[in-house]
Design a protein around this ligand. Structure first.
Ligand code: ADP
Ligand code: MG
Length: 165
């Protein structure tokens, strides 16, 4: 199991698919599983039930996925906000894909499917989450300047080093 965290646009999906292929395990994305379970897009869950209800559902989905078959698991960008969800990650290798706010906006600034983008304080959110991601992570990689294949390789190298020490 490898869990990927980071701000939207960091490349969790892109790098996660590469990692999963290399390791020969499935790639899972908590946001996708939430949408399947709820039968609605995340944007609609946010609009209809609000963020706290969405975070409850997210927590349950992540707990189930961590309990299930070995995979590379990308978490929604806001999943680590909740202490009880962070607690689920304590004994799992977690890679933080770190990206600047400017680069995140270059990559996903126009994406309608990302509800956090409508928040007026999204820059501040990025700054706050940086600390939380780093704290939750076993390893942190620069995900803003190199191609996805190189980032995947960095993650595997750093996690192997972390495990050996
Ligand atoms: P996340 O799942 O973390 O929100 P995605 O994997 O969906 O991020 O990537 C967001 C966008 O950025 C996509 O268009 C993707 O192709 C692009 N992208 C991801 N990683 C990189 C990278 N290392 N270099 C350049 N573009 C990237
Ligand atoms: Mg993604």
């Amino acid at each position: 199991m490898i869990v990927l965290v980071g701000f939207m646009g960091a490349g969790k999906t892109t790098v996660g698919r590469i990692l999963a292929r290399r390791l020969g395990v499935p790639f899972r994305d908590s946001d996708v599983v939430i949408e399947q379970r709820a039968g609605r897009p995340i944007r609609q869950i946010f609009a209809e039930e609000g963020e706290p209800a969405f975070r409850d559902l997210e927590h349950k989905v992540i707990a189930d996925l961590l309990d299930g078959t070995d995979s590379v698991l990308a978490l929604g960008g806001g999943a680590v906000q909740r202490a009880d969800t962070r607690d689920l990650l304590k004994d799992v290798p977690v890679a933080y894909l770190r990206i600047s706010y400017a680069e995140a906006m270059r990559r996903v600034g126009g994406d309608q499917g990302r509800p956090m983008l409508v928040r007026p304080d999204v820059a501040q959110l990025h700054a706050e989450r940086d600390l939380v991601y780093a704290e939750a992570a076993t390893v942190t990689v620069d995900a803003g300047t190199s191609p996805p294949e190189a980032i995947a390789r960095d993650i595997l190298t750093l996690l192997a080093d972390a495990e050996a020490s």
